[in-house]
Design a protein around this ligand. Structure first.
Ligand SMILES: [Mg+2]
Length: 212
């Protein structure tokens, strides 16, 4: 991707968003939720896909509202726990954990690295640039995603919202990223998919779509 290379030319550090930048998020999520639905039908109650989706969205909304701006606001375990609590009137430990496990297993099985990523990182490494992943969500999951893509050797560091205590675009997460990369905002390029979140003053942003 020559436009990316052009932008990166004068920079010391490349910040990379993860979800929906290095891979397409939607197909993974749709498939994962479908698999969780099958397990829900089998182990909890026989409801329609539409009803399941409505329950899931309600649980997600409640969790988001309570934990706004924190990594845990995206926790699928909390969504399923909340969904089951609402339906059953108590916490179902095993089923909450089971649905979460099925969701992420299915999600990971569908993740496909966007074709531009590996060659781009190789070129950037060859030019001696530092690569730092700056991402919302929990460290364990994000590390596992990068391992799944076998990108661990191409990446110098990761900063997650769990670690920073705040999500993008909060300055906290970017400040930690600058610290780890030992650079100033103007020395870095940020590659991401979200112009609302992947922003920081003087930090140059380039939008990419994982699907291209
Ligand atoms: Mg993203």
């Amino acid at each position: 991707m020559t436009a990316l290379d052009q932008k990166a030319k004068s920079k010391k550090v490349i910040f990379l968003d993860l979800d929906n930048t290095l891979y397409a998020y939607k197909p993974c999520h749709r498939y994962a939720l479908n698999q969780a639905y099958s397990a829900y039908r089998k182990h909890v109650e026989k409801i329609s896909w539409r009803t399941f989706l409505a329950f899931y969205e309600k649980a997600r909304f409640r969790t988001h509202r309570r934990l706004r701006g924190q990594a845990a606001s995206h926790s699928r375990l909390l969504y399923f726990q909340n969904m089951l609590e609402t339906r059953l009137g108590r916490t179902d430990f095993k089923k909450s954990l089971l649905l979460e496990k099925i969701y992420w297993q299915a999600f990971f099985s569908r993740m496909k690295l966007a074709p531009w990523v590996r060659p781009f990182l190789k070129r950037m490494k060859a030019e001696g640039k530092r690569i730092v992943v700056v991402t919302d969500l929990t460290t364990e999951l994000q590390m596992k995603k990068l391992l799944r893509f076998r990108l661990e050797k191409s990446i110098d560091a990761i900063v997650t919202s769990e670690e920073a205590g705040a999500e993008k675009p909060d300055p906290k997460i970017f400040k930690l990223a600058f610290q780890k990369a030992r650079c100033l905002a103007r020395q870095a390029l940020l590659i991401g998919d979200d112009s609302q979140k992947d922003i920081y003053p003087l930090l140059e942003f380039i939008k990419v779509l994982s699907v291209v």
